[in-house]
Design a binder for this molecule. Structure first.
Ligand SMILES: Nc1ncnc2c1ncn2[C@@H]1O[C@H](COP(=O)(O)OP(=O)(O)OP(=O)(O)O)[C@@H](O)[C@H]1O
Ligand SMILES: Nc1nc2c(c(=O)[nH]1)N=C(CO)CN2
Length: 176
């Protein structure tokens, strides 16, 4: 079983619904179990500044899938939710990135793990730090050190909604 951390971001349309849909689709994927979901954070755009703010979360999953198969699942969820690739770092309905896959370093075409820009991104590290599971690997220790050195106000990171348990997304959907 592989221990995997994902980052999910959205800044177009009904952002909370977009996150819910993505989580539901992960939960509905054979061989993936969603084990933890961070609070939802509202975050200032990074990279391409002239766009709406994002909602960001981190998700911890356990999966029998390989890293590459997990990437394919992430991409099919992005496609299903109607993501169109336009501006690099620009607005998006949904973006799923693989942050960590066990304690592995993976560098193949189209896939780099740990995600090459994660340690400099507060919108990734803050939610990730919230759901880190023990034992702390070398990579998770680095997350801890990086997040502690960041000024979250300066980085534009605001806790937007606390998620008490992982079924909250699904249940809220059903009660509509
Ligand atoms: N760890 C990873 N997780 C997800 N995609 C990855 C990863 N490493 C490499 N990629 C590749 O990156 C490609 C571009 O991803 P995407 O368009 O989501 O980039 P982005 O989200 O705009 O920018 P960034 O990569 O800086 O977050 C994907 O098609 C995928 O093949
Ligand atoms: N705050 C924030 N900024 C971003 C994000 C994101 O998810 N959140 N994703 C990007 C492309 O990966 C570029 N910039």
């Amino acid at each position: 079983m592989n221990n995997v951390y994902l980052s999910i971001g959205t800044n177009i349309g009904d952002r909370e619904q977009n996150l819910k849909h993505a989580i539901k689709m992960l939960q509905g994927t054979k061989d993936i179990t969603v084990k933890a979901i961070s609070s939802i954070y509202e975050t200032a755009p990074v990279g391409y500044i002239n766009q709406p703010s994002f909602l960001n979360i981190a998700v911890f999953i356990q999966t029998a899938l390989s890293a590459y198969e997990t990437l394919e699942v992430c991409q099919s969820i992005e496609n299903e939710l109607g993501r169109v690739r336009e501006i690099r770092w620009g607005p998006r309905i949904i973006d799923l990135d693989i942050l960590l896959f066990n304690n592995e370093n993976i560098e193949v075409e189209n896939l780099m793990i740990p995600h090459p820009r994660m340690y400099e991104r507060a919108f990734v590290l803050v939610p990730l730090h919230e759901i880190m599971q023990h034992p702390l690997t070398e990579q998770l220790r680095l997350v801890e050190a990086s997040v502690q050195s960041m000024d979250l106000q300066k980085e534009g990171i605001l806790k937007w909604k606390h998620i008490n348990n992982i079924n909250e997304f699904t249940r809220a959907e059903e009660s509509k």
